[in-house]
Design a protein around this ligand. Structure first.
Ligand code: SF4
Ligand code: SF4
Length: 172
């Protein structure tokens, strides 16, 4: 029997889905510095990402069910769009340094602290490596959602998308 994969079956996008959407930057752009990776694969009526980008690097347009398109050369990697996405589908990745940097939305407490070593998880929530927290940013506009940036070995740039919850919460 064929195994069914993808966001509708597993709750997170498959490699095939990610390869077919207009929100994911190419490898050359990722190597140049921080850039948004918009892993939005379902055609739903939603567009706060478009409004959150001060550089016009995201277009949803009309109809509002369009998948968001990333204009990778306009994107500065500022991260404004990360917390604006209600689907928690936007990340910023940076492949320009010796280690990969990944920024992601994080809605749990306690928040990690800068410098902390944390367990990093893939899109399914499985721990795949450890990483170091570089930044934790909270904005008053999106006070439920912090943006956390971790540093991991480069082979995990396309894999790590969050961290394991901290504290005593039993998250699995
Ligand atoms: S990271 Fe900044 S520049 Fe890039 S798409 Fe998001 S808001 Fe726009
Ligand atoms: S805000 Fe998030 S869920 Fe909505 S269209 Fe943009 S990326 Fe997709």
């Amino acid at each position: 029997m064929t195994q069914k994969t993808g966001v509708a079956y597993q709750g997170f996008p498959s490699k095939e889905e990610l390869a077919s959407i207009p929100g994911v930057p190419d490898k050359d752009r990722i190597k140049k510095g921080p850039v948004a990776c918009i892993e939005c694969v379902q055609e739903i009526p939603c567009n706060p990402c478009e409004e959150a980008c001060p550089f016009g690097a995201i277009e949803v347009g009309k109809p509002i069910t369009n998948l968001p398109k990333l204009y990778q050369d306009k994107c500065t990697g500022c991260g404004n769009c990360i917390a604006a996405c209600p689907g928690l589908a936007i990340f910023v990745v940076n492949g320009a340094k010796e280690k990969a940097e990944i920024s992601f939305p994080y809605e749990y407490y306690p928040l990690p602290e800068k410098g902390q070593t944390v367990e990093c998880v893939d899109r399914s929530g499985k721990v795949v490596t450890s990483g170091k927290v570089l930044r934790v940013i909270k904005s008053p506009k999106y006070d439920q959602t912090a943006v956390v940036t971790v540093e991991v070995d480069t082979e995990f740039l396309d894999i790590v998308r969050s961290i394991k919850r901290l504290g005593g919460a039993d998250d699995e």
